[in-house]
Design a protein around this ligand. Structure first.
Ligand SMILES: [Zn+2]
Ligand SMILES: [Zn+2]
Length: 293
C-alpha cells in the first residue's frame, strides 16, 4: 500500500503493485485483450479531452491509461511470459538513451531518412541496437544507476527528449501516444491470428518494446503539460497578471499545479482524505466490481 507522505519515493513497479492490490481481483477475470480495450477507450477519451480543452479530465485519463498499462504488464507476464517488472521493460528499451538513435539527448530528427530505407541495413541496425541496449541496460543495473522513483523515470525521459517534447505540439504528442496504444493492439491481434507466435521470444520482446513506448508518450504528455504551465506563467507575467519581480522560479514553486506523474496518479485515485488510494468508481479498496463470466 502506498502512502501520501512517501509519494515521491515510489518507483514504477511500486505503482504496478499498488494498482494490482486495488484491481488485481477484478482484472483476474478479464482477458489480456479486454484489459487493453480499456486502455484504448481511455486513450480515445483523452484525445477528446485535448480536442475540446478539458485539461483537468485529460490528466485523469492519463492516470487511467497508466493504470491499465500496469494491469496489462502483469497480465502479459502471467499469460505470455513477458517481463514482470515494468521498470525492466522500460530500461530494456530506454537505458537512459533513445533506442532509435542510441543517443541522449535524442538526435533522431537530425538523422532520419539517412539510409534507413535499406531493408537489410534496417535489420542490421535493429540487431546492433538490441545488442547494445542489452549491454547498457545490464550496466545500469551493475552500477546502481537505474532510475528509482517514478519522477527519476520522468527525468530520464526529460533528459533524452526535452528538446523534442518542448517544440512538439500537445496534439502531436497525443497522436504519438494513440499510435503506440494502437501498436500494442496490433501485437495482440498478431497472436490472435497466429497463436503460435506467443511462444516466440522475439514476439515477447516486441510486445515489451510497445509497452515501453506507451510509457514514453504518457511521460511526454505529462512533461508537455508541465511546459505549458510554465509558459502560461511567463505569459501572465508579461501581461502583468502576475507581478514581474524577476523571480519566476519562486512563483512557479508557489503556484505551480505540481504536474508530476505521481501527483496526477494520486489525484485520480485518492480517497477523500487524500491519504491513500482506492477505486474512484466504486469508492472501495479493493475494487468491488464483479464481471460477468
Ligand atoms: Zn532518438
Ligand atoms: Zn471499483
Amino acid at each position: 500500500m502506498l502512502y501520501k507522505a512517501q509519494i515521491n519515493d515510489y518507483g514504477l513497479d511500486d505503482w504496478v503493485m499498488e494498482f494490482h492490490e486495488i484491481y488485481g481481483a477484478v482484472n483476474k477475470d478479464r482477458t489480456l485483450e479486454s484489459v487493453w480495450l480499456h486502455a484504448i477507450e481511455d486513450a480515445s477519451q483523452l484525445h477528446e479531452d485535448l480536442r475540446i480543452g478539458e485539461y483537468y479530465n485529460a490528466l485523469g485519463h492519463i492516470a487511467d491509461i497508466f493504470c491499465w498499462l500496469c494491469a496489462f504488464t502483469m497480465k502479459a507476464h502471467s499469460d505470455l511470459g513477458t517481463k514482470e517488472s515494468l521498470l525492466d521493460i522500460v530500461l530494456c528499451k530506454y537505458p537512459r538513451y533513445c533506442f532509435y538513435c542510441q543517443s541522449s539527448p535524442c538526435i533522431c530528427s537530425a538523422i532520419i531518412g539517412r539510409g534507413i530505407e535499406d531493408r537489410t541495413k534496417k535489420e542490421q541496425q535493429k540487431k546492433y541496437r538490441l545488442q547494445r541496449t542489452a549491454v547498457e541496460r545490464a550496466r545500469l543495473h551493475q552500477n546502481g544507476y537505474e532510475p528509482k522513483s517514478l519522477q527519476e523515470i520522468v527525468e530520464m525521459y526529460r533528459t533524452i527528449y526535452d528538446a523534442i517534447n518542448f517544440r512538439t505540439p500537445l496534439e502531436i504528442i497525443m497522436a504519438h501516444l494513440q499510435e503506440e496504444v494502437g501498436e500494442v493492439a496490433s501485437a495482440l491481434n498478431d497472436i490472435i491470428d497466429y497463436p503460435e507466435r506467443r511462444f516466440n521470444d522475439e514476439y515477447k520482446q516486441e510486445l515489451e518494446h510497445e509497452i515501453a513506448d506507451v510509457i514514453t508518450w504518457v511521460v511526454a504528455l505529462i512533461l508537455k503539460f508541465d511546459y505549458l504551465l510554465t509558459a502560461g506563467a511567463v505569459y501572465q507575467i508579461r501581461t502583468g497578471e502576475i507581478p514581474d519581480d524577476g523571480k519566476l522560479a519562486n512563483y512557479l514553486e508557489k503556484h505551480s499545479l505540481g504536474i508530476t506523474l505521481s501527483s496526477v496518479l494520486w489525484t485520480r485515485f485518492q480517497t477523500p482524505d487524500g491519504n491513500a488510494l482506492w477505486c474512484p468508481n466504486c469508492k472501495e479498496r479493493p475494487c468491488n466490481l464483479k464481471l460477468l463470466r
